[in-house]
Design a protein around this ligand. Structure first.
Ligand code: ADP
Length: 424
């Protein structure tokens, strides 16, 4: 079971590391892409403003148009010259270009302040998209401003290049992600190793300590039993009561060490499970008969609701222990003269075992915790009943060993239902 938990933890940590590395790689790719794109755009903006000045000087000196006919035809560069009033057109080199009319339709988006440039993303009536870098600069004849020259540089090439670069960067990121996953796997293994070692040591300690305590406890038990049964010894009522108390506590300790050893053994998946075909109906009636005597003392009734035949592939001893734990709890935590129903049924490929009592019930907050070791809802009450807080932990361990599930729910109108689902 614990090997399973460590395996799950390792998988989860690998996923977490892979996610973190993946995010970091994407962040680096994203930031690099944005920075490069920003640098290119700034460079192009400055270049375009400088080009306008140059073309403006040439236009004043030689009246040569800022943009060649070829450039207009293929739409790579366009120009528009107006008087300083921004209304009277002196030269229209948008005419004749595919994007010309669309750019004119979006005149309100053109840069307003001199020597500034901005990106224009426009669409024509049929949805064709144009992306131009637009800049404006004054045209001077000596000191006199005679006009304003707008120039438009087609940026489609840059967008295409950017898209290809981004695609390439993403491919590189994907290639980097594979070693990142392997690194995550390696890191998670390294992180878990100390926990695993610590857990192994703790488990070994529990098993050793329980084992070492068994013999002295058995001796103590025999000694107290001997003292209590020794007819020649005369005890005061106090001494007799104390001896009885010692006997009860020694019994509890023996129980505790046995359960702890059982749990430590089961935690190790190496525990040899003798799985075979188990006749559940026979097993249930055997355990019920065993408990009927205990239940009768509290005038409780154990009712079996089982089909005629129900076979399960599992470990008979463990399943026996599982039923004992659940019935024992049902008897312990139910009032006198109540009913306990132990049912079993086959649903699809699973066997469902239920122990329903009419007892004190378990609050929602405690439903998950009762499977923890040494957890008892009411410590005093559980102790009075001889409980150690290990029964359900052991039950869960047995169920997991069979790759099943155990769940607790409320019985109506009062009490608890312990439901075990086991694959057939
Ligand atoms: P314990 O030996 O104390 O019974 P378990 O691990 O078997 O330990 O159960 C843990 C706690 O869960 C118990 O102390 C008790 O408070 C609660 N519990 C278990 N079964 C029932 C039940 N059928 N009805 C009410 N409470 C229960």
């Amino acid at each position: 079971m614990w090997n399973n938990i460590f395996e799950k933890l390792r998988k989860r940590m690998t996923l977490m590391y892979a996610f973190i590395f993946g995010m970091l790689i994407l962040l680096v790719v994203g930031v690099t892409y944005c920075l490069v794109w920003y640098a290119v755009l700034m460079h192009e903006k400055e270049g375009l403003v400088a080009q306008i000045y140059h073309e403006a000087e040439e236009y004043v000196a030689t009246e040569e148009a800022p943009v060649s006919d070829v450039a207009i035809k293929n739409g790579s560069m366009l120009a528009f010259l107006v008087k300083p009033d921004n209304k009277t057109v002196l030269l229209d080199q948008l005419q004749g270009a595919d994007a010309g009319d669309t750019l004119k339709d979006h005149r309100e988006d053109w840069p307003e302040a001199d020597n500034t440039a901005q990106m224009l993303r426009v669409r024509d009536d049929v949805g064709e998209r144009y992306r131009y870098l637009a800049a404006v600069a004054p045209v001077k004849d000596g000191d006199k401003v005679i006009g304003r020259l707008y120039m438009f540089k087609n940026m489609e090439f840059y967008y295409d290049a950017a898209r290809e670069t981004l695609l390439m960067l993403l491919c590189i990121a994907l290639l980097l992600f594979i070693p990142a996953c392997l690194l995550g796997y390696w890191l998670s293994k390294r992180s878990i190793r100390p926990i695993g070692l610590m857990y192994e040591k703790q488990k070994q300690f529990t098993a050793d300590a329980s084992h070492e305590m068994r013999t002295p406890l058995a001796v103590l038990n025999l000694a107290v039993q001997g003292l209590l049964e020794d007819s020649e010894s005369k005890y005061s009522p106090f001494a007799a009561e104390t001896l009885q108390m010692v006997k009860t506590e020694v019994g509890r300790l023996r129980n505790l060490t046995d359960t702890l050893m059982e749990l430590a053994r089961r935690d190790d998946l190496g525990l040899p499970v003798k799985k075979c075909e188990v006749d559940l109906v026979a097993l249930i009636s055997r355990v019920t008969a065993q408990f009927s005597l205990v239940a009768e003392r509290k005038q409780q009734r154990i009712i079996n609701d089982v089909p005629e035949r129900l076979l399960l592939h599992g470990d008979a001893d463990s399943l026996n222990m599982l039923l004992i734990i659940l019935l024992d709890n049902a008897v312990k935590y139910s009032p006198a003269a109540s009913e306990i129903i132990l049912s079993a049924e086959m649903k699809k490929d699973t066997v469902i075992l239920k122990v329903a009592d009419q007892g004190i019930g378990i609050s929602d907050a405690d439903k998950e915790k009762v499977f923890d070791r040494f957890y008892r809802v009411d410590k005093v009450r559980s102790r009075e009943q001889g409980g150690l807080g290990l029964g359900l932990a052991l039950a869960q361990s047995i169920v997991r060993l069979h790759r099943g599930k155990i769940a607790v729910s409320d019985n109506k109108p009062c009490g608890t239902i312990m439901q075990v689902t086991l694959p057939k």
